[in-house]
Design a protein around this ligand. Structure first.
Ligand code: ADP
Length: 244
């Protein structure tokens, strides 16, 4: 049961105006099976925090651990095995436009070491059927609606059955029906034990879903409320968050 732990994690970017601290000394613990919304205004540090959690970025200070193992890539090291625990969906699409959906997904399935064509196809079909797109494999990304494309991104993240999903604005630009279809899929996966960490601006879903809500302001955690509402910073604190 992998536990995610951030200990005084800090990430800075070099900008024309000097160094900018996008995530500042964040302490956060997420247990396996939790459903966590990460909210905050644009530029608050949500994407950076998610990339730190999923091992896409390395903290400049502090630690990001999965069951005590550092998740971030070391310079010159191949992608760490620990990263395979995370299914990560970035804000921008990672689908290759000249490849079919099957081909896109099979490429990711191969990274788990699978080579047999039949197994690769089975896995791809399973991931697509979880997101309700079992019949879309032959299409190209450009032929999909925005909602379908985001669901394919989710299938791509799911393909190797990771215990943890880290999702950056997965529901951005979707209409309400598509948002709820997506939330239904995520709720089912979470019910099955998958951890979901999701950055979003969609206050409506946060308020209705009533899950743990971590609010970021200027790269710091301003609120961490279980069963919270969008932007709520006071309430029942998560028992998992370490005292500052
Ligand atoms: P959010 O997801 O909440 O909008 P981000 O994590 O994307 O926040 O960004 C936090 C801050 O870091 C913002 O001020 C943003 O402009 C800055 N930032 C993000 N990525 C980079 C980068 N690659 N280089 C320089 N600054 C960045």
């Amino acid at each position: 049961m992998p536990t995610i732990e951030l200990k005084k994690a800090t990430k800075r970017y070099r900008t024309e105006q000097g160094w900018l601290e996008a995530v500042s000394s964040v302490d956060l613990t997420i247990q396996q099976g939790e459903f966590v919304f990460v909210v905050g205004s644009s530029g608050a540090g949500k994407s950076t925090l998610l990339q730190l959690i999923a091992g896409q970025l390395r903290a400049d200070e502090g630690l990001v651990l999965l069951d005590g193992v550092n998740v971030a890539p070391l310079p010159l090291f191949p992608v760490a095995k620990v990263r395979r625990n995370f299914g990560y969906v970035a804000q921008e699409s990672h689908l290759m436009r000249r490849r079919t959906i099957y081909e896109n997904l099979i490429m990711v399935a191969r990274t788990s070491g699978l080579t047999r064509a039949k197994k690769l196809m089975e896995r791809t079909l399973k991931a697509l059927s979880i997101v309700g797109l079992g019949d879309m494999g032959e299409k190209y990304p450009g032929e999909l609606s925005i909602g379908q494309a985001r669901r394919v991104e989710l299938a791509r993240a799911l393909i190797n059955s990771p215990p943890i999903l880290v999702l950056d604005e997965l529901t951005a630009n979707l209409d309400e029906d598509n948002i709820w279809d997506m939330m239904h899929v995520l709720s089912e996966l979470n019910r099955g034990g998958t951890t979901v960490v999701m950055a979003t601006h969609a206050s409506m879903i946060v308020n209705i879903m009533h899950r743990r809500v971590v609010t970021l302001v200027d790269g710091r955690i301003a609120g961490d409320v279980v069963g919270g509402r969008y932007g709520e910073i006071k309430g029942r604190k998560s028992k998992y968050t370490l005292p500052h």
